[in-house]
Design a binder for this molecule. Structure first.
Ligand code: ATP
Ligand code: MG
Ligand code: MG
Ligand code: MG
Length: 578
């Protein structure tokens, strides 16, 4: 493969796009891998498509290696199976629904358990046909409350989903273990440092479920690990799950209060519910975000600290628990925190609210400029820390912040829990008979009696994995792709025009004939400096510079990750690089 920069559909950007909050999003946009096309919808440009395909291929190989068979379901589906399973309503606003020309209801599939169960019921009737596992790599649609960070959370995204069917629990356990092991291999091959954590099963149902989280500070999931044993869990799964937030309209009508001189926590709760905090009287249910500002004076401390709590706008929040969590400081309401950013010590976001067991629901709209979207503290933003348990973590991450000693490891009882952030890149479930019961998926057993199948499902966010890899593999100059997923193996830079350009093209031809994927920068209207900068931004593992020493038969080979540079003879280069 030989790609030429002079004709490639690629425009690198010098500046960070204003709306990109996390490194992977910034870099994938700047280096010309993706382009925003719709809210939560991205176009994969040629370089991005190459990476996406390579990621998908690694996944396909490992799925096939454990005997899974590839299928492809439609994405546009009739409502009936999802009504039968209850997920038409369980997924709620998260599913895209539509009607066809006859008025029949449809949906754009957010996941395919129903279809897989129906397909197996349709085709297989005997125990002899089992076990069987199907997988597909397909576009999924979810009307995410908060599409975010480019392809990290899209409304349309590529998923690998697999569905196993077994006759008994032992079979399901074996299928689950097989997929768990295959996932480890996949993420290792993709260069993704990851942790397997206990998880909640959510709308999927079923009992046992584990998530694969790629550790990064910009991840939306917070997980704990034990210092003494190998216990790891999503904080959602450790803390008592937040009670389902009922219909907000069903709550007693909020009363409007004036800000009292010395508010108590109780009055704060009332104020929050009245949506009139900090003396502002313009909060309404339509606000995208409300900030509760607490002034804290720790016992014995001279200074006052401000704690800004960014709360989703149109939901009730149980501030009583929040107040208890931030005590023993004095808590009062403070207006105009924007004027005193230097005093702001913390900014509580959804992860921390979840950790504290505080009930909230996320507002469906994007909240521009709020630090808690990423949890990171970007320059120019107000937050200088986050709150974890009762402790301020002034560096703005929850990494390595300890949960209370009051939180011993639930597995071994001796170790302590530590917290990190991660991106959910994979999720595996033992569904049991949740779906096979709905559709009565029975086959004839060995004794002539019907056997109800038991099911597992196994998902990987393929497009999200690309962003997760970028998140873990970049530096201040750009992307640094692991060789297994890089769009090309070699980035050939013609440092000058004339003979150097000719030689670069000729060398490119030879390298590609030797089986390497080659990107050659054959542009004539940009300087060598720009080409080097672009090569670093694009992040191909090795650059080959055809420059001044060409006359003596040498080129320079640069390693993107280590920055190591060596001069090598042009003759025999292809053999050395393969
Ligand atoms: P999340 O908690 O991030 O919303 P999920 O638990 O809803 O993810 P699953 O139903 O478990 O997602 O889907 C399987 C995999 O699909 C996830 O582990 C994740 O990698 C990926 N995924 C889910 N939602 C999205 C999305 N909106 N954009 C990109 N990838 C996604
Ligand atoms: Mg989700
Ligand atoms: Mg999840
Ligand atoms: Mg999940």
């Amino acid at each position: 493969m030989l790609l030429r920069m002079s004709t490639l559909l690629l425009r690198t950007l010098r500046e960070d796009p204003a709306d990109a909050e996390v490194p992977s999003h910034r870099l994938l946009l700047r280096a010309g891998y993706v382009r925003r096309a719709a809210p939560g919808g991205y176009t994969w440009l040629p370089l991005g498509k190459l990476v996406l395909d390579r990621v998908a291929e690694v996944i396909r190989q490992e799925m096939t290696a454990i005997g899974d068979q590839e299928v492809h379901f439609p994405a546009l589906l009739p409502a009936e199976p999802y009504r039968a399973s209850g997920r038409w309503t369980e997924y709620g606003d998260d599913i895209f629904t539509l009607a066809d020309r006859r008025g029949a209801e449809h949906l754009l599939a957010p996941t395919h358990e129903e279809l897989a169960a129906l397909l197996v019921k349709d085709l297989f009737t005997s125990y002899r046909d089992f076990p069987v596992t199907l997988f597909q790599i397909q576009t999924k649609f979810r009307d995410e409350a908060r599409p975010r960070a480019g392809v990290l959370r899209g409304r349309e995204f590529l998923m690998k989903d697999a569905y196993s069917f077994d006759l008994d629990e032992a079979g399901l356990q074996a299928a689950y273990d097989r997929h768990r092991a295959a996932y480890r291999r996949i993420f290792d091959r993709l260069g993704l440092e990851h942790t397997i954590v206990h998880a909640m099963s959510g709308a999927m149902g079923g009992s046992v479920s584990e998530e694969f989280l790629a550790a990064t500070p910009v991840g939306e999931d917070t997980f704990v690990g034990c210092t003494a044993c190998d216990y790891a869990a999503n904080t959602e799964a450790v803390t008592t799950p937040a009670p389902p937030a009922g219909d907000p309209d069903a709550q007693p009508p909020a009363q409007v209060h004036d800000t009292p001189e010395t508010p108590t926590i109780a009055s704060l709760v009332e104020l929050a519910n009245a949506r009139r905090l900090g003396g502002r009287d313009d909060w309404t249910a339509a606000d995208t975000l409300k900030n509760v500002v607490l002034r804290l004076r720790r016992p014995g401390a001279e200074e006052t600290e401000l704690l800004v709590v960014g709360l989703p706008g149109d939901r009730e929040v149980d501030l009583k628990r929040l107040g208890a969590a931030v005590a023993p400081a004095t808590v009062d309401v403070f207006d105009g925190w924007d004027a005193h950013p230097e005093l702001v010590r913390g900014y509580i976001g959804p992860q921390v609210l979840a950790k504290l067991g505080i009930r909230y629901l996320v507002d469906p709209r994007v909240v521009p400029g709020s630090a808690w979207l990423t949890g990171a503290n970007e320059p120019g933003r107000h937050a200088t820390g986050v709150v974890c348990g009762r402790d301020f973590v002034p560096d703005g991450t929850v990494e390595a912040a300890e949960v209370r000693p009051g939180d011993p490891c639930p597995a071994c009882g001796t170790g302590e829990l530590t917290m990190r952030r991660g991106i959910e890149i994979g999720h595996i479930f033992q569904l049991g008979r949740r779906f096979t019961d709905v559709f009565a998926v029975d086959v004839l057993g060995p004794a002539g009696k019907p056997v109800r199948l038991t099911m597992g499902c196994y998902g990987i966010g393929v497009s999200r994995a690309v962003a997760a890899i970028a998140e873990q593999h970049h530096d201040e100059r750009g992307l640094v792709w692991p060789a297994a997923v890089a769009p090309c193996d070699v980035h050939l830079v013609a440092a000058g025009k004339g003979p150097q350009l000719e030689a670069a093209l000729e060398l490119g031809g030879r390298l590609s004939a030797a089986g390497l994927r080659v990107l050659v920068d054959d542009r004539t209207h940009v300087s060598a400096g720009v080409k080097f900068t672009d090569a670093e931004l694009v992040g191909v593992p090795r650059a080959v510079v055809v420059g001044r020493r060409l006359a003596e038969g040498y080129v320079e080979v640069r390693d993107r990750a280590t920055d190591e540079r060596v001069e090598l003879p042009v003759d025999g280069l292809a053999e050395r690089l393969v």
